[in-house]
Each structure stands twice: as C-alpha cells, then as structure tokens.
Design a protein around this ligand. Sequence first.
Ligand code: ADP
Ligand code: MG
Length: 210
Amino acid sequence: MTSFSSLPLSPAMLANLQQLGYEAMTPIQATSLPIALQGKDLIAQAKTGSGKTAAFALALLSKLNPRWFAVQTLVLCPTRELADQVTVEIRRLARAEENIKVVTVCGGVPVRGQRASLENGAHIVVGTPGRVMDLLERGYLNLEGLNTLVLDEADRMLDMGFFDDIATVVKQAPKERQTLLFSATYPEGIAKLAQQFMRDPQQITIKAPV
Ligand code: ADP
Ligand code: MG
C-alpha cells in the first residue's frame, strides 16, 4: 500500500483525497503518478476500474493555474458517458483548489451551450474528438494555453475510428506540452499515436492479477 502523501501534492489535495476515502494509491496510480507529476509523457495501460482517471487528474491539477483563464488541459474520451464520468471525477478531485472550471464538450447536443460555457472561461475541457475538432474549427475553443493533453481510453478511441480527428486536434495544441495516454489494451494504433504525438514517453503496464 502506497500512500498519496508520498507524492508532491498540496496539503489541501491530500486532505481532499482523504475525505474522498482514497486511502492508498491503486497500482496504476502508484506507478504513473511519480512520472506524470514530473511532467513527463506517459503511456499507461491498466484494466477498467483501476483508477486511471485520478492518475492523470492529479498530475494535471498540480500544474493548473486557476487564476489564468485559459484551457490548460484537454482530455479526449471516446464517448459522452466516459467524458461525463471523467468530468465528475476531476471535479471531485479539484474541490481542493479554488474555482477550477471543467467544461464537457461532446457531440449529440447543440454547440451553442458549449460555446457559452467555453466563453465563460474553462481551465479543463473534457470531450470527444469529433466535437472538440468542430469547436476548434469554429474558433470557439483555443488551445494556445494548453500544457497537458490526455488521451483517455485511447484503445477505444482508435476502435471508434477517431485517429484522424485526434490528429487534427493535436496539431492545434502547442508542441511544448505533456501528453498522457491511458488505455486498457495496447493495440498497434497506440504505438502510432505515441510516435506521432508524444515525446519520449515512459511506458507502464499493470497486469491484472491472475
Ligand atoms: P478507470 O479509468 O481505470 O476505469 P476510474 O478512474 O474510473 O477507473 O476509477 C474507478 C473507481 O475507483 C472510481 O469510482 C474512483 O472514484 C475510484 N478510485 C480511484 N482511485 C481510488 C483510490 N486510490 N482509492 C479508492 N477509490 C479510488
Ligand atoms: Mg477511465
């Protein structure tokens, strides 16, 4: 059992984790957080339900400046349901900090409300690749201030044919950034994503107990 207090996290964040009942890090958190908190690129593979969201959320939150009104993190997810789940988890973890705005942008609903939310100021955007690309093309979303890009459930995004949309989005992100890729499996396409969009990523795999 590894405690979160072994990590360079703020006292407020550690207290929040305790309140949430997060007593020990899960194996993927214990392995990936020390690397992710150093700002390094990371490919992390672990099964569903292993706590991957907090593994990237704590890293991006530790870098986030709430007083700077720019999108500093973009999390790409395969579906709206997953984007909603990630948003809920990031908001719970972000409670420790002042006023962090997380905006979810997925297809299937009008662009108008999402545009308004973005105009009101978003620090973190969580969304599906198609809608994120659409909002970028319309000029409603600006990634100039981005410092962290997360590709969550990357294997499923590839299964759903999102490679080209991801590529279009990533090309609009600053080159100086941290890219974190999370996946339950490691199909061929992941290596291609890593090669094109990541910088010397460390790779970790948590094997399911047999
Ligand atoms: P994954 O993305 O790997 O499928 P999630 O990030 O959705 O997994 O986490 C699964 C569940 O475990 C969530 O309900 C989350 O709140 C909870 N969880 C994550 N990390 C911890 C922890 N260290 N201690 C207790 N619960 C945790
Ligand atoms: Mg997940």
